[in-house]
Design a protein around this ligand. Structure first.
Ligand code: SAH
Ligand code: AVI
Length: 311
């Protein structure tokens, strides 16, 4: 059984039901995510782009030469281009992503635009980064591990610590982690960012059910599910759910799943950070924050983390 099949079976038979966000990103899901990044309500990508646009030369200086850029959850790598520009495109770039279609597209377009760039793509799950990176993190140059876009926010705090804690063991002196984190802000900004009036985020969410239909022979009727997103201020996270509009049964492979009217499948958390939580996350993962950059509105932060005791 594939991991996808096993995780769907486990999530839909759990109480409450859940699906893992890694499965959003098939070719269609990645295209929908790129469309989300263009939405006026989704400030996240624009805020990080503005930080990188303003500070890329300073960041690259802080990395210290010479370097290899390794990126976890690279996607289209559009923002990474701002760092590549500051490095004059003359580095090795190692994108790591679960979506191999997106990886191939990104590699092709980067090679066209940066002829001196050496790209070594890795199709892998970043939740165990040392496994994905063992063969590439040589100590010939400094390795800078990028984790942009606040993808860290799609992990719970404990999952984030256990993922980041896996890195110091494979990083050498001088290596660093460059982490993007979305910051806490009012509900009035957060909720439209995850429930846009055009329905692009709803499509991104519902694509999980389409993907189960396409790849696992499910018979979800998408019209019978609604997208829901809300900010839980106490937990500092936006939750996304798919809500069953009526009582229904759905067949997947050789089993059936029953839904009560109004029952939800929890599909994503998007944690929002504050300074104290970021500092604690870094410390509990074996890192310390060396430098921090934010945008003029204080929406988003990029931080440079060094292994504690390292240089
Ligand atoms: N870094 C880009 C893309 C963010 S979208 C940006 O900042 O805009 C999240 C990316 O992480 C997607 O490309 C998705 O395919 C990838 N991804 C999500 N979960 C993953 C996992 N567990 N392992 C590897 N890649 C993952
Ligand atoms: C990839 N990740 C950081 C996005 C986020 O904002 O949590 C995924 C996303 N989900 C809905 N919109 C965007």
């Amino acid at each position: 059984m594939s991991d996808f099949a096993a995780d769907v079976r486990r999530g839909l038979n759990a109480t409450p039901k859940f699906l893992l966000p890694i499965y959003f990103y098939d070719a269609l899901g990645s295209a929908l995510f790129d469309a989300i990044c263009e939405l006026p309500e989704y400030y996240v990508t624009r805020a990080e782009t503005s930080i990188l646009t303003e500070f890329a030369p300073e960041m690259v200086q802080a990395f210290g030469p010479p370097i290899r850029l390794v990126e976890l959850g690279s996607g289209s790598a559009k923002k990474t281009r701002l760092l590549l520009d500051a490095l004059h495109g003359d580095v090795e770039y190692v994108p790591v992503d679960v979506d191999s279609t997106m990886l191939a597209k990104t590699e092709q377009s980067l090679k066209l635009d940066y002829p001196r760039l050496r790209v070594h793509s890795i199709s892998s799950d970043f939740r165990a980064p040392s496994v994905a990176l063992k063969s590439v993190l040589k100590n010939d140059v400094r390795n800078i591990v990028l984790f942009l876009g606040s993808t860290i926010g799609n992990l719970t705090y404990d999952e984030a610590v256990s993922m980041l804690r896996d890195l110091p063991g494979v990083l050498q002196d001088g290596d660093a982690l460059f982490l993007g984190a979305d910051l806490r802000k009012p509900k009035s900004i957060l909720e439209p960012a995850y429930d846009d009036p055009l329905g692009v985020t709803a499509s991104f969410n519902l694509n999980l059910l389409s993907r189960i239909n396409r790849e696992l022979g499910g018979n979800f009727d998408l019209a019978k599910f609604a997208h829901r997103a809300f900010y839980d201020e106490q937990r500092g996270r936006v939750e996304m759910h798919l809500v069953s509009r009526e009582a229904q049964r759905v067949r997947i492979e050789d089993y059936e799943v029953s839904f009560a009217a109004g029952e939800t499948i929890h599909t994503e958390n998007s944690y929002k950070y504050d300074d104290a939580t970021l500092t604690r996350l870094a410390a509990e993962s074996g890192f310390s924050i060396e430098q921090k950059w934010t945008d003029s509105q204080g929406l988003f932060a990029d931080v440079l983390l060094r292994v504690c005791g390292g240089m």
